[in-house]
Design a binder for this molecule. Sequence first.
Ligand code: FES
Length: 108
Amino acid sequence: MNWIPVGNLEDIPQQGSRVISTSKGEIALFRTLEDEIFAIDNRCPHKGGPLSQGIVHGKRVTCPLHNWVISLASGEALAPDTGCTHRHEVRQNHGVLFLAVDAPSSKE
Ligand code: FES
């Protein structure tokens, strides 16, 4: 697992998000009102809606397309909906955010 720097906590407004483009697609970083940071794929498990454009409330985000509510901590849709979007490890160190990415699978 590699940890890559992806900016500063202050780059993301509280209850807002920021999108990181990776080789595996877009990852959305969310900042809660309590300054917790979560990272999940920027794709709703329903029909792929852009979760980064949703409303953050508590540790959840509501998808802008059809209002599914997704847990930021687990990536899972809240009942009665079912489904899960991939979550990623993220941590902060002195205000700098680091995202965990898988080591390259191919060997040279
Ligand atoms: S695409 Fe997110 S609720 Fe439908």
